[in-house]
Write a protein that binds this ligand. Structure first.
Ligand SMILES: [Mg+2]
Length: 155
């Protein structure tokens, strides 16, 4: 379905929460020796997004996202496409944009991430295809309001 928009989905600060005082219902999962807190409702939210978007992992986890997250989130697919960032410097401004732009091509695309900056906004503004940036708070991650915003936009 060529007209489905892409959703670039970050993991840390969107699916895996950090910096919270009182986490929402959920639990820690061990991933390569690191504890990641995932809200119980997160899987259902991602599954609803996947009904309307072609979801792509846009995370420093790269291929590791597929080793853990489809199972932890109970996704209907065993894996999703994932971006790789080559020798991009994590934390530089903004290290994901080039890979996201190349993957998106001229397709409508949304990007949800807890760490967007002006470089990301410039990228979104200069695209000709419909583009939506959604920023999360790393302590609360992907919320119901974000899902509604994304689904409304896709509609
Ligand atoms: Mg992040």
């Amino acid at each position: 379905m060529p007209h489905r928009p892409i959703l670039f989905l970050d993991v840390d600060g969107v699916i895996s929460l950090f910096g919270f005082d009182e986490p929402p219902p959920g639990r820690f999962h061990w991933v390569d020796g690191v504890a990641h807190y995932i809200e119980s409702a997160c899987g259902e939210r991602v599954r609803r997004l996947a009904e309307r978007f072609d979801v792509v992992w846009a995370t420093g986890w790269e291929e590791k996202a597929n080793e853990y997250l489809p199972r932890l989130l109970d996704l209907e697919v065993e894996e999703l496409p994932h971006l790789t960032f080559g020798d991009a410097v994590f934390g530089s401004a903004h290290w994901k944009v080039e890979a996201i732009d190349a993957y998106a091509g001229d397709r409508p695309a949304a990007w949800i991430d807890d760490s967007l900056d002006e470089r990301c906004e410039q990228w979104a503004e200069q695209r000709e295809a419909p583009t939506l940036l959604v920023e999360t708070d790393s302590a609360t991650g992907l919320l119901e309001t974000h899902v509604e915003q994304l689904l409304d936009w896709a509609g």
